[in-house]
Design a protein around this ligand. Structure first.
Ligand SMILES: *Cc1c(COP(=O)(O)O)cnc(C)c1O
Length: 426
């Protein structure tokens, strides 16, 4: 084993440190496997109940009327997320697009959007109009209110109650930390927050940005009262096979509006050819619980490795996981770049290139990204990224297989030690 790792570029000392860390994580890995087993059952059950068969994999083009493969995939998603309805489409280009569709379909001029969990994900700032942007919700007369989290990361219920008013139409809850160093929320915590908001205002709608959270637990926010859960197919639920797409699962009333917003009033869910992507969407969903388990093991392993060397990790190796993201605070631009170089060097694709920071659209500081993915930008594949700003934290996620995630983390450490930016114990 050491020989193959050494040919891949990992020194025996780094490999052995990794094995020692791994030894302490056995119980965590067993728990991750149990969640994956349950979620595999959940996906299979929905596929069986919806009688998935080979005709559902046929390609459609043009308008895509009567696309039974697409319509049945949406029933399968609704079955997995326990919702009345679902919109799962290659025409939804990414997670930000899915969230934009969900928000703009369900907010009208004069309505207010509330985030009770502090600032939303970077790209949503322009969608909402927190940062000035053409076609933002703000331009259409939708206002935005925010209740920040308390210093310890918990919900500020007094501030939330005070922020809910007669115009509050939709509440947006982001499950994953995104590019922040707050903790991610468990489904149970999100359920409590939803119950609180609906007790204050029974007719308020709740949308959960579910990006990176799918299949991490056995329940989803839609099991605990969310009207919509929204995410990207090039993250968890695409299982690494979906080459594009997004989903919105929720109540019939909310999802129907989303379909009209995505296509056109009057057309809704009836149009939208599947372009031959159904095999990837179905099979990706089938694999997703296992792929997410591999990514979670990688995240726990990364925390174990870097905590042991004195770098702050969110979450820690011992903490419960609510998403597949691992934040490691490296403290300097150089260390961020070295970490990302290691992830890149471990990739099956583009392993020979060097990641460079760039001004990515939608983000307000330079971002460095390492990924050598089969699907461009896919972050269920092994990837690391982060905005180049204090506290210089990298966000590590993905890995279609646990073994690849493991190699990536060992390579990142290899690069840091070679640059003198980290020192192995002993
Ligand atoms: C990735 C992500 C998004 C946006 O998704 P894109 O596909 O990159 O547009 C939104 N919210 C969260 C929490 C995310 O992790």
């Amino acid at each position: 084993m050491e020989e193959i790792y050494s040919r891949l570029g990992v020194s025996p000392a780094v490999y052995q440190y990794g094995e020692a860390v791994l030894h302490t994580l056995r119980e965590r890995f067993a728990a991750i496997d149990r969640t994956a087993e349950y979620n595999q059952g959940k996906v299979l059950l929905s596929m069986q109940e919806n009688r998935v068969n080979a005709t559902h994999f046929a390609a459609t083009t043009g308008y895509g009327y009567d696309d039974e493969g697409r319509d049945n995939l949406e029933r399968v998603y609704a079955g997995v997320f326990h919702t009345e309805s679902a919109l799962v489409r290659p025409q939804i280009t990414c997670g930000t697009h899915a969230l934009t569709v969900a928000l703009s379909a369900n907010l009208l001029p004069g309505d207010e959007l509330l985030s009770p969990v502090g600032a939303p994900y970077d790209t949503l700032e322009e969608v909402i109009g927190i940062r000035k942007s053409k076609c933002s919700l703000k331009e259409y007369g939708v206002t935005y209110a925010q209740a920040d989290l308390q210093a310890d990361g918990s919900f500020d219920y007094d501030a939330i109650r005070a922020a809910i008013n007669g115009r509050t139409k939709l509440i947006t809850i982001q499950r994953s930390k995104g590019y922040a160093t707050r903790p991610s929320f468990s489904v149970a915590q999100i359920g409590e927050l939803i119950a609180f908001c609906k007790a204050v205002k029974p007719d308020v709608k709740v949308m959960v940005d579910n990006c990176y959270g799918e299949f991490v637990e056995t329940q989803e926010p839609s099991d605990l009262g969310a009207d919509m859960v929204v995410g990207s197919l090039i993250k968890n639920p695409g299982g690494g096979l979906a080459p594009i797409g997004g989903y919105i699962c929720g109540t019939k009333a909310c999802v129907e509006r989303c379909a009209y917003r995505l296509s056109a009033p009057g057309l809704g869910q009836e149009v939208g050819a599947n372009l031959g992507l159904m095999p990837a969407f179905y099979q990706g969903l089938f694999l997703a619980p296992t792929v997410v388990a591999g990514a979670l093991k990688g995240a726990v392993f990364a925390a174990g490795i870097y905590e042991g060397l004195g770098f702050p990790c969110i979450p820690t190796a011992a903490e419960d996981r609510h998403d597949i993201i691992q934040a490691v605070t490296l403290g300097s631009r150089e260390a961020m770049l070295a970490f990302c170089c290691g992830i890149q060097a471990a990739a099956p694709v583009d392993s020979y290139v060097t990641p460079e920071p760039w001004a990515m659209p939608g983000y307000d500081s330079d971002v460095v990204m390492a990924a050598g993915a089969f699907v461009q930008g896919s972050s269920i594949e092994l990837s690391a990224d982060g905005p180049i700003r204090p506290p210089y934290a990298v966000y590590f996620q993905g890995g279609l297989t646990w073994y690849h995630a493991k190699l990536g983390i060992l390579m990142s450490l290899q690069k840091l030690t070679e640059a003198g930016l980290a020192k192995l114990p002993g």
